[in-house]
Design a protein around this ligand. Sequence first.
Ligand code: HEC
Length: 98
Amino acid sequence: MRIVKIIALTAIAIFIGTAAVNAADTVKDGKTLYLGEKYKCFSCHGEKGEGGKGPSFKGVGKKHTAPEMMKLAAHNCPPTGACSPKDISALVDFIRTL
Ligand code: HEC
């Protein structure tokens, strides 16, 4: 059935499109968090991730696996648990674009 195929392909296209938009959103959220006063990541890693007191993030996404990145990105969280997994995930999405 040709029509079924078309419907299936359309559904897949919509799904992929939505996923891409969601990823773009988390990158934007991650950037806001990165530059924000709450975590101050930028104060050590530079406003563009160029490094400073901490290492540069250039190509860091290729250096570590995604779970490793989640762990590393939380290294400076206050012990009060102020970094939510959602924030860390968005921060990692952003850092991986650098
Ligand atoms: C007080 C300074 C400081 C702040 C603030 C800071 N970092 Fe770091 N960061 C470092 C230093 C120094 C290292 C390297 C040594 C280490 O691993 O602890 C590092 C390492 C890392 C690494 C591993 C880099 C690599 O090349 O392996 C990641 C990822 C990272 N930081 C993410 C973050 C994120 C995300 C934030 C904000 C939530 C943040 N850092 C805030 C100083 C800082």
